[in-house]
Write a protein that binds this ligand. Structure first.
Ligand code: PLP
Length: 430
């Protein structure tokens, strides 16, 4: 494949955009460096880059794309919104309709507020939990990404219950000190953390199905026990469903798993491919938020008619019968084919899948937490990523990111992908 135009564009981008990218995960740093491929058109399951190459897209913009690119129903809603003005700075009928739709799908979100990104949604959940409990500390799980606000950009030392170390320059140690990180799926470590700091903890941040070191499901009973221990300590359970919201079913992972948080953060899919975030939860907790309560949160762009109407249209598509069953069916075909190709070529992999989202780890260790995910071989992933790119298959340029199937993918796309996987694994094994 020719990538000359991408390379030329990257040279220019480096001169005017920091690092040449508008989000660090878009760079090819984690897959051996070089110019990232620049796309200029997307339709359905496909991307076309600036050199005219076509790709099947499994990146899905890191999660928001679930109906494929430029879905006609969503496009129509966006055009309609554009024709009628995309920003009012006043209440609108659509935000009420959308809040009702979300509450109907995720009943724990009794009261909702829209904002502009997953980062904002999570950041505000933390503020509200702090306001409600009058406590400061937060517990999060190692390797889980919750946006780039100061509080959650804290990784973890290895080992259970370590106090946070900032994961970025510019975050005061005093803020990181308020974050306790424990391994996902390790209920003993969680119980230890609660025992040690429970009376100071405002809330625990949970991705109910992890989407940020591949795809990792909670062990049976893990989330239920997290709920019990957290509530016993007088703290709140906050579900970060920015990736999982409407990804696996018409609702959150909480619907699928039958567990209920106090607060939920949403983003990505609910914007119908436009910028959005939303948070919500128990009425008495949400009433901490201004103008009703003392916790302040605001936004010039919040609830803008374009994002809201795109989001409504997206949920209308997802509500059609059979949508999630088909994503699951294609996911199963993809999973089976990848497993067969790995066995055929003797490539050690672990594969985790929930419905239409899956993760391939180049390791022989079962992946149930971040430490396990870190054992995946980065160099092998980097080679696989580039082999697949040359085959016209677009994956995320990181060994930690999931593959996402959309309603636009067909079985033929999946079969084409599997043929590429087979050839790529053959090349890795040779
Ligand atoms: N929470 C989770 C689970 C995410 O995966 C992300 C982004 O990838 C965020 C929060 C932050 O969302 P945004 O990038 O919209 O700010």
């Amino acid at each position: 494949m020719n990538h000359e135009n991408s390379a030329r564009l990257h040279e220019k981008a480096l001169d005017c955009i920091v690092g040449g990218v508008n989000s660090p995960s878009r760079s090819f740093k984690a897959v051996g460096g070089g110019a990232p491929v620049a796309m200029e058109r997307a339709q359905g399951a496909y991307f076309w880059d600036v050199d005219g190459n076509r790709y099947i897209d499994y990146l899905a913009a890191y999660g928001p794309i679930i109906t494929g690119h430029a879905h006609p129903h969503i496009t129509k809603a966006i055009v309609r919104a554009a024709e009628n003005g995309t920003l009012y700075g006043t209440p609108t009928p659509w935000e009420v309709q959308f809040a009702e739709m979300i509450r109907e799908a995720i009943p724990s979100m009794e009261k909702i507020r829209f904002n502009n990104s997953g980062t904002e949604a999570v950041m505000t959940c933390i503020r509200v939990a702090r306001a409600y409990t009058n406590r400061i500390k937060i517990i999060k799980f190692a390797g889980c990404y919750h946006g780039h606000s100061d509080l959650v950009l804290v990784a973890a030392g290895s080992g259970p219950s370590t106090l946070g170390i900032p994961d970025s320059a510019g975050i005061p140690q005093s803020i990181a000190n308020e974050v306790i990180t424990v391994p996902f799926n390790d209920i003993d470590a969680y119980a230890d953390a609660i025992k040690k700091w429970g009376s100071e903890v405002a809330g625990v941040l949970v991705e109910p199905i992890v989407g940020n070191f591949g795809i990792v499901e909670p062990k049976p009973g893990f989330l239920e026990e997290v709920n019990r221990l957290t509530h016993e300590a007088g703290a709140l359970v906050i579900y970060d469903e920015v990736i999982t919201g409407f990804r696996f079913c018409y609702g959150g992972a909480q619907n699928l798993l039958g567990v209920t948080p106090d607060l939920t953060a949403l983003g990505k899919i609910i914007g119908g491919c436009l910028p959005i975030g939303a948070y919500g939860g128990r009425k008495d907790i949400m009433e901490q938020v201004a103008p009703l309560g003392p916790a302040y949160q605001a936004g010039t762009m919040a609830g803008n008619p374009a994002s809201i109407q795109a989001g409504i249209a997206c949920l209308e598509v997802l509500k059609q019968p059979g949508v999630y069953e088909e994503l699951d069916r294609l996911g199963a075909i993809l999973e089976d084919g990848i497993r067969s190709a790995a066995a055929k070529h003797g490539v050690p992999i672990q594969l985790n899948r929930v419905k239409g989202a899956l993760a391939v780890y180049f390791t022989d260790k079962e992946v149930v937490n971040y430490d396990d995910a870190q054992t995946a071989d980065s160099e092998t992933f980097g080679r696989f990523f580039r082999l697949m790119l040359e085959e016209g298959i677009c994956l995320a340029p990181s060994k930690y990111e999931a593959w996402f199937i959309t309603t636009a993918h067909t079985e033929a796309d999946v079969r084409e992908t599997l043929a590429a996987v087979d050839r790529s694994f053959a090349a890795l094994a040779s």
